[in-house]
Design a protein around this ligand. Structure first.
Ligand code: PLP
Length: 387
């Protein structure tokens, strides 16, 4: 039966047999009883357990894929995907992308696993010309190329023309992977536009309560799914059963959490954008795909089902940003994002963040608290940094 995404997050992956629990049970076990007389697919938990299936199936349904695989973290899902490239292959990556991914790609490239090509993912013509060049080189070398798309990007919030990039890459035989963590499966479904694989940091919006580290990779391709499953097994990157329980419980409220957080983000972005004209605050710019001033606002509006719950503000300097973070009382200064609680972080505190990310940039992960409380807390902290 055709279902709305809002129904799927609540209804998918539930047992329907009489007397079964409404919530699927989770096996806390490393191994399964084996009698040679009975065929049973479960052998050892590292190969995956039935308890993964409700959430894996739910994510596959939400993304429009055939298969979902849970991983121990977002980065281990990413690692499984980029490991599909043969040694000597080519990886095209956004110049701004999740820092951990960026560092992993740079490390593997330095070891000679593949050649790295950096692009500004929002500049479609630039990306496409790189894709064409790399596709030709890969063909000459009889190797494979992979275009990695993250959109909106972490933390710069650049928005790619996802369908255009996928279409051209596909045409040229270049694989495409999309990190869909920021948009969530409720706002963007790249598999439906032809992407080979979508990855998520389930840690973020999908689990939604900042109490789980988990990742997922979703694909419509049976062979790719089998290869990723094989990688997960041999690298041992499965999530723990408690995490699976928490993430499935968390995803049930994804639609309402995201709606509430997005509403708050739109309100805050507009108010902060006005506040930046006030000389008594330390605020030079506000970036949010929902603001008409965002360079890809039109594209975001056309492609995304919502503008998301992440805003960045530039406070002008590291010192100002640090003062703002010290002054927050409702917001929690912490890394990560996508939880019910609002978090703020100066991204350049991480040495791995590229220096094109401004020193004074604070990434705001907007939660579901009262919007006015969130605004007043930020405003007082921004004022304290200016005085
Ligand atoms: C956090 C994040 C990751 C990494 O996920 P972990 O669960 O922390 O390993 C990957 N991509 C994006 C966009 C992220 O925000």
């Amino acid at each position: 039966m055709a279902q709305n995404q809002r129904t799927r997050v609540v209804a998918a992956g539930r047992p329907h047999e009489p007397n079964s629990p409404v919530n699927p049970p989770v096996d806390f076990t490393s191994t399964y009883v084996y009698r040679p007389s009975v065929e049973y697919p479960q052998v050892y938990a590292r190969e995956g357990i039935p308890s993964f299936e409700p959430l894996e199936g739910l994510l596959a349904e939400l993304e429009g894929g055939a298969h979902g695989l849970l991983f121990s973290s977002g980065l281990s899902a990413v690692s499984a995907v980029i490991n599909q490239l043969p040694i000597g292959g080519h990886l095209i990556i956004p110049r701004h992308a999740y820092m951990g991914f960026y560092s992993m790609a740079a490390q593997l490239a330095a070891k000679g696993h593949f050649t790295l090509h950096r692009v500004d993912i929002a500049e479609t013509e630039q990306v496409l010309s790189t894709v064409r060049e790399v596709a030709e080189t890969a063909r000459d070398q009889s190797t494979q190329a992979l275009l990695w798309i993250e959109s909106p990007t972490n933390p710069m919030l650049e928005v790619a023309d996802v369908p255009a990039l996928i279409a051209e890459a596909k045409e040229l035989g270049v694989l495409t992977a999309v990190d869909n963590t920021f948009a969530t499966p409720l706002r963007q479904n790249p598999l439906k536009q032809g992407a080979d694989v979508v990855v998520h940091s389930v840690t973020k919006f999908i689990s939604g309560h900042s109490d789980v580290i988990m990742g997922a990779a979703i694909t419509a391709d049976l062979d790719l799914n089998a290869a990723l499953h094989g990688h997960r097994n041999l690298h041992g990157t499965i999530p723990g059963p408690m995490e699976v329980f928490l993430a499935l419980r968390g995803v049930r409220t994804l639609a309402v959490r995201l709606d509430a957080a997005e509403r708050n983000a739109a309100f805050l972005a507009a108010r902060l954008d006005q506040l930046k004209d006030d000389d008594a605050v330390s605020l030079t710019s506000v970036t949010y795909p929902g603001l008409p001033s965002h360079p890809q606002h039109g594209r975001a509006k056309a492609q995304l089902g919502g503008f998301g719950a992440i805003i960045t503000i530039d406070t002008g300097s590291q010192a100002a940003a640090d003062t703002v973070l010290e002054g927050l009382r409702v917001w929690t200064p912490a890394t990560s994002l996508g939880g019910v609680e609002s978090l703020a972080e100066r991204r350049r505190r991480h040495p791995g963040e590229p220096d094109t990310v401004p020193e004074g940039l604070i990434r705001l992960s907007v939660g579901i608290e009262d919007a006015e409380d969130l605004y007043q807390d930020l405003a007082q902290a921004l004022r304290s940094a200016a005085s």
